[in-house]
Design a protein around this ligand. Sequence first.
Ligand code: NAD
Length: 388
Amino acid sequence: MKIAVLRETRAGESRVAASPETVKKFAGLGAEVTVERGAGEASNFPDHLFQEVGAKIASSADQALADADLVLKVRAPEAGGFGNYRPGQRVAAIVNPHGSKDVIDSAAAAGVELYAMDLMPRITRAQSMDVLSSQSNLAGYKAVIDAAAYYGRAMPMMMTAAGTIAPAKVFIMGAGVAGLQAIATARRMGAVVSATDVRWAAKEQVESLGASFVTVDEAAMKVAETAGGYAKEMSDDFKRRQAEFVGKQIAKQNIVITTALIPGRQAPRLVTADMVRAMAPGSVIVDLAVEQGGNVELSRRGEVIDVGGVIIIGFENVPGRLAQDASNLYARNLFNFISAFVNKDTKAFDPDWNDDIIKGVALTRGGLIVHPLFAPAPSAASDQTAAE
Ligand code: NAD
């Protein structure tokens, strides 16, 4: 099994799809790993660290790709970016498939087998392969650190001879993986934390972290979760009542961190311009959903803006702001995925097309789009699977 680890080409992508630790583990499985020169630089993994554990260093992407069976990337190539790939080559990457039809088409046209790590099913067996969790966890932590950096006051309560400083009030909207980590981080920094979500299961998780849970409708929350553990789109009536309630809640907060997502859709709009204007100057909002359209009406992708003294942070690729940890965890997710399908005798990557993990992540195969969510006609996907 020959594995290529490419240098990321998207602007601002600081992560890398392998670490010295995982290269060593791949070598232990009998794989040969080639890393494109400089691929780990922005994650503080210089080439020599990869060489020391047995990787070859290629001077270009073309050279790394030349005889690779399996290509590891953080972000999938952009549409039209499969020109130097060979038919049959397998590529594992974060694809953002709901917003990347052109990339999926392009992978199919190139005959590449593309695996979307961000479609990993949320089943117990795949927890160690779950890139959304590993990356969201870091994003939730970093969102609080970013907010604290822009907040011109202290987070914890401080009792000094000159008087007492009140603790910051932090409100987290969306208590999934990122939100729960944001709650834990803000609590560790001494803030008073409240949170909201539309899923019933989130209430107990929020409270177990020492934050208070606030909601408009407990009955609606009990049916707001899909079988996969994600949120559903809520009714218009729920949204109206939520907006009314959020407006009042936000006006009292010093820091608001929004993390709410609905898979395959625009992020729900939770904070309007009027709500922002009702906050006190010096307050800080972090919109972690900015790349999916934003939870905050005024947030701008990749920018930090000031709206009447309220700072709105819209950093992109927040996990990449902790590049070394994000790369380490992502690389382990990839290793856990690949190694689960390495044939012990041939030592080759040998995916089981009846396995829910492969069926969950595989987008293209043999020139076709095979994933049921993205295949043009459902029969195309099932015919292809049946043919195997
Ligand atoms: P996500 O990133 O899709 O969404 C973030 C959060 O936003 C979710 O908690 C969602 O309920 C919430 N949200 C959506 N619309 C909202 C709205 N209008 N108002 C307020 N909140 C809203 O979700 P996620 O972080 O990936 O996690 C979703 C769930 O899956 C969590 O319960 C998590 O614990 C679970 N999970 C399970 C596994 C596993 O079993 N392997 C792995 C990871 C996560």
